[in-house]
Design a protein around this ligand. Sequence first.
Ligand code: GLC
Ligand code: CA
Length: 558
Amino acid sequence: MGQKNGIEKTWWKESVVYQIYPRSYQDSNKDGIGDLQGIIKRLPYLQWLGVDVIWLSPIYKSPNDDNGYDISEYRDIMTEFGTMEDFDLLLTEAHKHDLKIMLDLVVNHSSDEHAWFVESRKSTDNPYRDYYIWREGKEGKEPNNWGGSFGGSAWKYDEATNMYFLHTFSPKQPDLNWDNPVLRDEVFKMMSWWLDKGVDGFRMDVINMISKVPGLPDGNQEGRLYGDFTPYVMNGPHVHEYLQEMNQKVLSKYDVITVGEAPAVTVEEAKQYVGFDSGELNMVFEFEHMCVDEGQYGKWTKLPLDLVKLKEILTKWQTGLDGIGWNSLYWNNHDQPRIVSRWGNDGEYHNKSAKMLGTCLHMMQGTPYIYQGEEIGMTNVDFTSIDQFRDIECLNQYDDFVNKIGMDKEEAFARIKKSSRDNARTPMQWDSSVNGGFSEGAPWIEVNPNYTDINVEAQKEDKNSILHFYKNLIKYRKDHEIVVYGSYELLLADDPNVFAYKRSLGEQTLYVLCNFTDQSVDVEIPGYEEDKNQLVIHNDTEWTKGTLRPYEARVYLV
Ligand code: GLC
Ligand code: CA
């Protein structure tokens, strides 16, 4: 495809990815659980929207301790979602609609119900023993002080062999031992099996956690219930070696898209993961920008947004990887509360702020990811009772807050409500019929009652809707190489209200101005005199030179 701005042109750099959380997308058989046939039914919608790739959160056989992120059979489909025939049909139909399919690869851990683990726990000399990470206890206690990501210790005692196994997530998600070459080959074979079927790539779950520091040293426990494993698990000693091996043995043989989820990754580290010459991955999901509003209780504290800090972080990623590697661009996924409620405004300025956030993200350099419902501005949920939550992470956290830390229940509930992953997991809002058109049965998690106002059908009919705006953002990227390959430069770095930047490609410049507040603010762009004739994207009906109205977003092409 040639080069542009010193960057090799590839289809995945020019793509927009749409993430589906299958459990909550579309139910086809009235059991209240989304499924593969449901997704097939919605393919024409996705083609109409203009996205290129669908990332499916896990669809494999699973006991659903963590909604499919605990896999018990990598070559089979979750019973509730359908059959392998349904999957094959989905793949064929997607391709017919010009949509590629990217699977979620969850190989830092499996389910404890996976046959490998069932064998592994039987005896110390079982052939599968070294597929997992087993250690002796220390003075009758866990092998080290690490806490699991979903609360409690990261170790579980197993009677059969009187030893502990490591689980960095729930006890039903034992960590696989990537230091074992036999395990690595099993994973690589499984990946090739799916790629040979015709899938177009992988999103790799917590892939930067697969190599643990030998000796598994205790983590820092200051002010915490358990020690922090981060320095000994994230970006470990052999992670690049293993990813290069994966690339040589599998990925390099196919023309695929890859993105690795990488909590706690820095730009410097990312250059190795996604460098154009590294032979590892296309992109990573970094977390720095998503953590900018964290406080005392980590993600369970949401501080007001510090826009200057957010700009600094995103700019560091934009300029740090320019010409060296490729960025992913995201505000939302199945683990994050809804962006319009978080950094926009889900009341009076719902429409405008959702469009502003979309503009700000989609005009940057990188591959944008849209999470289901983001394109209609789906919001957080006004949960009123702990019984409405389903997610293991937030339920365990609530328990820790109340029973271990002694926080009062109201405060604990308020924290869960704001940050729970369930905010993102309520059913897709298709229309104003019962359950938002998601299911005629009782949904596994309640539909957000605002589906009567916020839904696809209503927005499809309204040219001024968030949905049409997203469709245009996608189209604009397709029609303008500057959006894909142009270089990025931050403007007005110290402005606490406006996110402004420019993109440059050859003779062309794109100016992007986004007001992140509910107030009117004055702006002056250095080096450019605002000209209404050059306005190419705008989320408002009025235009005043030098002033942005609440949540106004403008893009000028010069
Ligand atoms: C990733 C997934 C998350 C899951 C966890 C364990 O962070 O995005 O949903 O719970 O890994 O697999
Ligand atoms: Ca179903």
